[in-house]
Design a protein around this ligand. Structure first.
Ligand SMILES: [Zn+2]
Length: 225
């Protein structure tokens, strides 16, 4: 039976409570974790899986939607403990996940750091250091827009670039569900471009999600704001 299971991982960042929701796809042959949270989150993932009666030992793949620390932070811990898991990322994002190229988020944060007012510099530096601490992992498999994967009766990889250049989403054909990583978010009940301040190319982000002749009938979103 095909299952799409949303994990709930609650955590505190300073005094702020937050939550992330990695997704698990499960069919007869495969169990795929989509994104894996921050650095140091392995035990939190294991716990969240257990709550849903799942076990990391049964994971066959981890698909990383994009290079950000809150999506691939725990990847190296996961791969070290469960080395048989196949890591999948898009061809464009792969050099950043593998560490061949410097994280674009770190480039952005370092550039911003130079213009931050004095009283925000410590926070900015702490953020840069969090990004520097992300351990790279070489993906085992690279995918690109239009690739079909056999999971859960058939999934299509859809490039949703903009937030990062190689961000991908996954469309589950049978369930008619699209898992969008950081490409889209719900705002007051409407789908919008997620976190515009973290979107490296907002025009591209909107173009890759808005309905148009060239977008293969994928679900359309309203631009942010
Ligand atoms: Zn992101």
């Amino acid at each position: 039976m095909n299952q799409v299971i949303v994990l709930d991982i609650k955590f505190k960042f300073g005094e702020t409570e937050d939550m992330i929701h990695p997704v698990v796809l499960k069919d007869e042959n495969n169990m795929i974790l989509i994104d894996c949270g921050y650095t140091g989150f392995l035990s939190a993932i294991e716990e969240a899986m257990k709550e849903k009666e799942l076990c990391c030992r049964d994971l066959t793949h981890v698909l990383i939607t994009h290079q950000d620390h809150d999506h691939m932070g725990a990847l190296s811990e996961l791969k070290k403990k469960y080395p048989l898991i196949q890591v999948i990322a898009s061809k464009k994002e792969s050099p950043y996940v593998s560490g061949e190229l410097k994280s674009l988020r770190l480039e952005q944060a370092e550039a911003l750091q130079r213009s931050l007012p004095e009283d925000q510099k410590a926070f900015g530096l702490a953020f840069c250091n969090i990004l520097r601490n992300v351990q790279p992992v070489k993906p085992d498999v690279e995918v690109q827009d239009g690739d079909e994967l056999p999971w859960c009766g058939g999934c299509t990889i859809i490039e949703t670039s903009g937030h990062t250049p190689g961000h991908i989403s996954i469309y589950l054909k049978q369930e008619k569900i699209m898992i969008t990583g950081d490409a889209a978010a719900l705002e007051n009940g409407e789908l919008v471009i997620a976190n515009p301040q973290f979107t490296l190319d907002r025009i591209e982000a909107e173009a890759s999600l808005l309905p148009s002749a060239g977008n293969h009938g994928r679900p359309g979103l309203r631009p942010y704001g």
